[in-house]
Write a protein that binds this ligand. Structure first.
Ligand SMILES: C[C@@]1(CC(=O)O)c2cc3[nH]c(cc4nc(cc5[nH]c(cc(n2)[C@H]1CCC(=O)O)[C@@](C)(CC(=O)O)[C@@H]5CCC(=O)O)C(CC(=O)O)=C4CCC(=O)O)c(CCC(=O)O)c3CC(=O)O
Ligand SMILES: NC(=O)C1=CN([C@@H]2O[C@H](COP(=O)(O)OP(=O)(O)OC[C@H]3O[C@@H](n4cnc5c(N)ncnc54)[C@H](O)[C@@H]3O)[C@@H](O)[C@H]2O)C=CC1
Length: 241
């Protein structure tokens, strides 16, 4: 399996099953996507947070295009599952019910429609279009995804917990170096020099410390680490490559 990243902004994710697993997946995707959860019942946490609408695949109407979770009470049979997929028209279907035949029907109907599917009750061999949800550590625009190829979700979770502290400040580092590399580019600093400068900044424990503690100006520390400041940068001769 090869991890790829997918932007779910303005897309819909349809989750079958409102139990513990359905809730976790719904929350994960709702950070970016609009999520519709179809289930006969929901975890207390989900049901306590928002209203549950009653609908069938025929009567359901989209409520909002905004990212977030929408709960719909229905218990589709395996035969009725494809109608829900046609009605909601999602980019991804998550099969998270405790009913094997419903999860299988969701996977089959998604595949037939070229819609991605995440089957939560299966590890191991995967069909075309079948995706795994990795454990993820996010810090700003930085994401690290961990998968064991389905072998050990508990290990994915454990490694995620360990990496959380390690990634502290990575989002701020991404912002700072985005700014610096744009400036170096705009000032026509040669690519080789730019690469060396960026490497020095991301490796610098002084810059990391400044970003994590916020006690010193990280931008100033980074300029010092590169060995040039904004003024000398501006004075540099453009170099052609
Ligand atoms: C294949 C996959 C499909 C998918 O869901 O995408 C899948 C499948 C299954 N999980 C099962 C069990 C558990 N899953 C977790 C936790 C997570 N599971 C996640 C992903 C995945 N789980 C995909 C593979 C990921 C990979 O490659 O490693 C994580 C990483 C992401 C997320 O779900 O958000 C999230 C941690 C998130 C975090 O904490 O950061 C825990 C731990 C816990 O709950 O504490 C347990 C109990 C302990 C154990 O069994 O290990 C079972 C057996 C069910 C049963 O026994 O009936 C199956 C089905 C099977 O194995 O057949
Ligand atoms: N991938 C993962 O990370 C994990 C996967 N699992 C697997 O995921 C599945 C769900 O686990 P849990 O959430 O713990 O179970 P659960 O029993 O708490 O939740 C299942 C949900 O599915 C709903 N449901 C039942 N019939 C339905 C239908 N026809 N349509 C829509 N929803 C329906 C139930 O009402 C319930 O809300 C299990 O099959 C389990 O083996 C379990 C643990 C972790």
């Amino acid at each position: 399996m090869i991890p790829l990243v997918h932007d779910f902004t303005d897309q819909t994710v349809l989750v079958f099953g409102g139990g513990r697993v359905g809730e976790r997946k719904a929350r994960r995707f709702a950070r970016e996507a609009r999520v519709v959860v179809v289930s006969p019942d929901f975890t207390d946490a989900l049901a306590g947070e928002r209203t549950v609408r009653e609908a069938t695949a025929e009567t359901w109407q989209p409520r909002s295009a905004a990212a977030g979770i929408e709960l719909v009470r229905d218990a589709p049979t395996a035969e009725a599952v494809p109608e829900w997929i046609d009605s909601v028209d999602p980019a991804l279907v998550v099969a998270a019910t405790n009913r094997e035949e419903v999860n299988a029907a969701a996977a089959e109907a998604a595949r037939a429609r070229n819609v991605l599917v995440n089957r939560t009750d299966r590890a191991g061999e995967r069909d075309v279009g079948s995706v795994v949800v990795p454990a993820t550590v996010d810090d700003g625009s930085v994401s690290v995804a961990i998968t064991t190829g389905g072998a050990s979700p508990a290990l994915s979770r454990h490694l995620r917990e360990r990496l959380e502290a390690e990634l502290d400040g990575a989002g701020a580092m991404a912002d700072l170096t985005r700014e610096l590399r744009a400036e170096l580019k705009a000032r026509d600093v040669a690519p080789a020099e730019r690469r060396e400068a960026m490497r020095r900044v991301v490796r610098s424990s002084r810059v990391w410390k400044a970003l994590r503690t916020g006690t010193t100006n990280a931008r100033k520390v980074a300029e010092d680490v590169i060995g040039i400041d904004s003024t000398t940068l501006a004075e540099q001769e453009p170099e052609s490559q």
